[in-house]
Design a protein around this ligand. Structure first.
Ligand code: CO8
Length: 256
């Protein structure tokens, strides 16, 4: 198996382990990532962390040696499979965190872009270098990157294929935080734990509302926000959170 899942308290940790190829994404690895997402979705985990085996790379992108052999039709099918897998991650009910270490390139960055948050562990070099191969991103990079850093910055990153280093990545919002720690797992679990204490339902509603901001008009987004707030307000966790405040005690949110 090139993908391992382990659990630490309420946090699932998914490790990409194809270290001899800098965790490059071949079809088997993408398929195993999809299976891991399904397993985590069925588990009681409240957040999921993605890390890469080894210190050199989170993931060096799609496996160039594998895609080079494909026909255009095979490529169309493979792109759809990868996009579908990353969409599953994007819409997972719990927050996901990619811990970036060393190189995160091409499809590796696209995997991270499909996560809710990205954290840099130490010095990182990230980018979408597909243009250097005469290609363009295909696992969501042209769609998710502009939503995170804005269209002008995204286009410059995609057309230049350049590497972005740690401080710039944080400055432009491509990573949420730069963290230090013993290893990427420890860093990821610590970062994820801040999202495991609150109401899972409220966290999901907040994510849905923010996602609507880049997909709808302001008026439609405000309607969605209002609906999702009223839903959270009427849910057990909403009642519990407000009662706990008034009664001056810690809230006991649903654990499932
Ligand atoms: N694919 C296949 N093998 C890789 C990849 C990769 N993306 N990256 C690294 N490897 C392999 C190398 O071939 C090498 O193996 P070997 O020793 O057997 O030749 C091993 O990993 C170690 O790599 P290097 O010796 O190159 O290590 P360096 O420290 O010299 O360089 C780099 C590290 C800079 C990260 C370099 O490996 C590199 O540039 N890698 C390619 C990065 C890249 O271009 N990524 C984008 C790929 S395209 C993509 O992701 C498109 C996604 C959407 C398409 C949809 C497809 C269906």
């Amino acid at each position: 198996m090139s993908v391992r899942i382990s659990y630490e308290d309420a946090v699932a940790v998914v490790t990409l382990d194809r270290v001899e190829a800098l965790n490059a994404l071949n079809e088997e690895l993408i398929s195993q990532i999809g299976d891991a997402i399904d397993e985590v979705a069925r588990s009681r985990a409240r957040a999921v962390v993605f890390v890469g085996e080894g210190r050199k790379a989170f993931c060096a992108g799609a496996d160039i040696k594998e895609i080079q052999r494909r026909s255009p039709e095979e490529m169309r099918r493979a792109v759809a499979f990868g996009q579908g897998t990353f969409a599953k991650l994007d819409t997972l009910a719990i927050p996901s965190i990619a811990v970036l270490q060393g190189f995160t390139l091409g499809g590796g960055l696209e995997l991270a872009l499909a996560c809710t948050f990205r954290v840099a562990f130490g010095d990182i070099k990230i980018g979408l270098p597909e243009i250097k191969l005469g290609l363009i991103p295909g696992y969501g990079g042209t769609q998710r990157l502009p939503r995170i850093v804005g269209p002008a910055r995204a286009l410059e990153i995609i057309l230049s294929g350049r590497m972005i280093h740690t401080e710039e990545a944080e400055r432009i919002g491509l990573v949420n935080a730069i963290e230090q720690g013993a290893d990427s797992r420890e860093v990821g679990v610590r970062y994820a734990q801040q999202f495991t204490e609150f109401s899972a339902g409220a966290i999901l509603n907040a994510r849905k509302a923010v996602a609507a901001a880049s997909e709808t008009s302001l008026a439609a987004g405000l309607e969605i926000e209002a609906e999702l707030l009223v839903e959270a307000f009427g849910a057990e966790d909403g009642r519990e959170g407000m009662s706990a405040f008034v009664e001056k005690r810690a809230a006991r949110f649903n654990r499932s």
